[in-house]
Design a protein. Structure first.
Length: 384
């Protein structure tokens, strides 16, 4: 008995879909776990005493379409049962394997894979036949239900305009929520690699190594590029330094400095008479630093600096330019050792947090940030 109306076709397709899912699950279990290619190829090579046999170089690695072929087999086998052509299964089996035997029988590994493929097809024949039988029962069962469902549809159709309006409103709201959620800035913190090494001729230090993190605003997924992700506006960073046990080293958070922001120092200029003067820009002379990060772009946030041959390192932000010991702010002094660094970025109510390891028990050339361990994340309450 084959389907003749919408109810029966729906029942048939649902049962076939269940058969496809069952087939994919069992094929994954048997073909990729129990009969894993490397395992059976190794056993075949061992049986003939030739450890050099390689199933990949012998052309037995497959096409990668096994899942699609298996799905097609379930559809064909179940349909042949439902529509009364079970002999098609035998035709398919012969077409698939008679010609293939001459190719796969050339070596022991090929014969092993031939038998493995036969097993997989046999499994699909069993599942496809069971699916066809179940589909036939489902079609018969739904035959008497269609008239009832048709009457029910006629009754409920009287309220269809109101129902359609409600469904339309719900769908519209859902689309707006999903679109706005997709368009929100997607921020990510990563370590700048390698750290920045600088030399200065007339600065407070001759050599300096800066460690920084990079804040990125990721692009939308490829399928959603018809929209534009929103920029992360007025990003502000705060940084705390911790011992490896989680204890705060300095007792307060350090306001971060974006590397692209202007240095908070007076601007040097020359008058028409050749006299050098300093221009004080109020926008520069501030301890706070903010930036906008647009989709697909990134900004660098300063963390700490190590100067010359000194063992101590210092947190680096705009306050560094105002301290009595240039570039060495005692408020952010970190003695030799290893620390956890917690970085928090705030942008328009959205937060992005990252945890890193600061390695400061090594020479300046090896002074660096590292990715945290799971134990580090758990210590600072950032376990993933």
């Amino acid at each position: 008995m084959y389907p003749t109306n919408t109810c029966q076709w729906t029942a048939f397709l649902c049962v076939v879909l269940a058969g496809i899912v069952t087939s994919l699950g069992l094929q994954q279990l048997f073909m990729q776990v129990i009969l894993k290619p490397e395992k059976i190829a190794g056993k075949a090579a061992h049986r003939v005493g030739d450890a050099a046999l390689d199933y990949e170089s012998g052309g037995h690695i497959g096409t990668g379409l096994q899942g699609w072929v298996g799905t097609m087999e379930i559809i064909l086998f179940s349909s042949s049962i439902v529509f009364g052509f079970p002999g098609f299964i035998g035709v398919w089996l012969a077409t698939k394997y008679v010609a293939a035997y001459k190719t796969w029988a050339r070596d022991p590994v090929g014969r092993t894979f031939y038998n493995r493929s036969l097993f997989g097809t046999g499994l699909n024949i069993l599942i496809g036949s069971a699916t066809g039988g179940a589909s036939t029962l489902a079609i018969r069962h739904t035959q008497g239900q269609c008239s009832y469902l048709t009457g029910l549809v006629r009754v409920t159709s009287k309220g269809a305009p109101m129902l359609q309006t409600m469904i339309g409103a719900v769908i519209a709201i859902a689309i707006v929520v999903v679109v706005e959620r997709l368009r929100r800035p997607s921020l990510q913190l990563n370590i700048e690699t390698p750290p920045l090494d600088r030399k200065y001729a007339n600065g407070p230090a001759k050599d300096a190594r800066f460690v920084r993190v990079k804040l990125s605003n990721r692009l939308l997924p490829g399928w959603a590029r018809w929209m534009v992700r929103a920029p992360a506006l007025q990003c502000r960073g705060t940084i705390t330094f911790h011992h490896l046990d989680g204890q705060d080293v300095l007792g307060r958070a350090m306001v971060g400095r974006w590397a692209s922001s202007p240095e908070p120092v007076p601007i040097l200029a020359m008058t028409s008479q050749g006299t050098q003067i300093q221009i004080f820009d109020p926008l520069r002379l501030t301890t706070e630093s903010r930036v906008d990060v647009y989709p697909g772009e990134s900004e660098l946030l300063d963390i700490a600096v190590r100067l010359d041959e000194e063992e101590d390192c210092y947190g680096w932000n705009n306050e560094t330019y105002f301290c009595h010991t240039p570039w060495r702010n005692p408020l952010w002094k970190l003695p030799r050792g290893r620390y956890l660094v917690r970085v928090e970025i705030t942008s328009s109510g959205q937060k992005c947090t990252g945890v890193f390891r600061l390695i400061n028990d090594v020479p300046r050339a090896d002074f660096r940030l590292e990715a945290p361990t799971q134990e580090d994340l758990a210590t600072l309450g950032q376990a993933q």
